[in-house]
Design a protein around this ligand. Structure first.
Ligand code: TYC
Length: 128
């Protein structure tokens, strides 16, 4: 660290090329005087996210719902069982949040799987 009295100091007069810009008086057409934006932020937007929901019904067996949550949403048996009970008690629950394409695929896979097993389980998506 430099002590206060050791600060770098120009001991010679500035030559034109060395002078700080602020001191120049020959720069009236310089860009910086009319506020030109030098850097722009790239205009990127995050893609919208979609909630995937499972709905309760009176007929789909609890174990089937647990299996669906394990199979299509990567839950452990304990996580799946807990979420299934939430749906059973509250009527519905969010099982995951995904990009549009992934959410759409999950819904289609679950609906197809439930239909093939002849259960009325409903799975839907909505924008977050
Ligand atoms: N309510 C169903 C039953 O009592 C169980 C169930 C839970 C069904 C969650 C659907 O999304 C569901 N057998």
């Amino acid at each position: 660290m430099l002590a206060d009295n050791d600060k770098m100091v120009h001991r010679e007069p500035y030559r034109m090329a060395d002078r700080p810009d602020d001191d120049r008086d020959d720069d009236r057409e310089d860009d910086r005087e009319i506020g030109v934006k030098l850097a722009t932020r790239p205009k990127t937007k995050r893609p919208p996210l979609y909630k995937v929901l499972i709905l309760n019904d009176d007929y789909t067996p609890m174990e089937f719902v647990v299996h669906v949550l394990e199979r299509f949403f990567g839950m452990t048996h304990a996580q799946a069982f807990e979420l299934m009970l939430t749906v059973h008690k509250k009527g519905l629950a969010v099982v995951g949040v995904f990009s549009y394409e992934i959410a759409e695929t999950k819904v289609a896979l679950v609906m197809d799987y439930a239909q093939r097993h002849q259960h009325p389980l409903q799975c839907t998506m909505e924008k977050e």
